[in-house]
Design a binder for this molecule. Sequence first.
Ligand SMILES: C[S@@+](CC[C@H](N)C(=O)[O-])C[C@H]1O[C@@H](n2cnc3c(N)ncnc32)[C@H](O)[C@@H]1O
Length: 276
Amino acid sequence: MLILNSDDLLQEIKEQKGIDLSAYSTDFLIQKIEKRMVSLQIQSAAAYREKLRTEPIEADTLLSEIGIQVTLFFRNPLVFEIIKERTLPAILDAKRTDGSREIRIWSAGCSTGEEAYSVAILLRQLLKDELSEWRILIFATDIDRKILAEAEKGLFSRAKLVETKVGIVDEYFTPVGEAFRIKPGIRRMVDFSFDDLASTERSAPSASIFGAFDLVFCRNVMIYFNEACRKSVQNKIIRSLNKGGYLILGESEWLADISKSEFTEVDDRNRIFRKK
Ligand SMILES: C[S@@+](CC[C@H](N)C(=O)[O-])C[C@H]1O[C@@H](n2cnc3c(N)ncnc32)[C@H](O)[C@@H]1O
């Protein structure tokens, strides 16, 4: 193993990409940086920083090695099946009982938007002709402005659809050469904007104005944060949820024990939690 101080490298990534990795676990980052250096046969952090500086594509390669932008439609299909069969129907039923017709959803750390578009598709399937009676607000946020621009285009490679049922591909996508474009009706349901989850300034993305979410996805984002940041992000998300709202984490992410007391239903196996 190389002995590495990653600070300069993180600074280079910040300058180039505007992505601040300082809240990420240092061991995790060093492991990923070292892997790149070994495969490039680079011996020193200074030489690797020079590579990052002179070949901007290396920053993209490192970021995808870190895995921070990897996503799929219906990633972890069982979780999306539960969202379709249980979570969303429970939210819709509670709203109907209250006489409300508004649903607020946040995909925090949305990457290229597949998670947000997936839940938009499920709502369309569940609400069918009733859809026009509802006000559906799906806020999808990320720290990477370039990735948000990609998300807004709504154009996806076939690889992003490996977990997607063929009937859904046929109904909600238009083939464009080798790629697939999300249909405008689904595209319009999602609002993409910049938000840094690690920032303590706001408890909800500014585009949403006040949070009050019925469902928050924060999957495969906190995994890379250090413990202090993870706790503060979890608190922030809990504050942004409505009473009875749901939080969904990624499959390798855990709710801090202290946060569990905020939830009435805790499905640790599927990482689905319902706020008291
Ligand atoms: C692995 S992707 C997860 C995408 C999707 N949630 C999923 O599970 O498939 C992680 C995303 O989190 C974003 N991200 C990383 N740090 C962030 C932060 N501090 N605030 C907001 N987004 C962040 C990255 O830019 C990346 O697009």
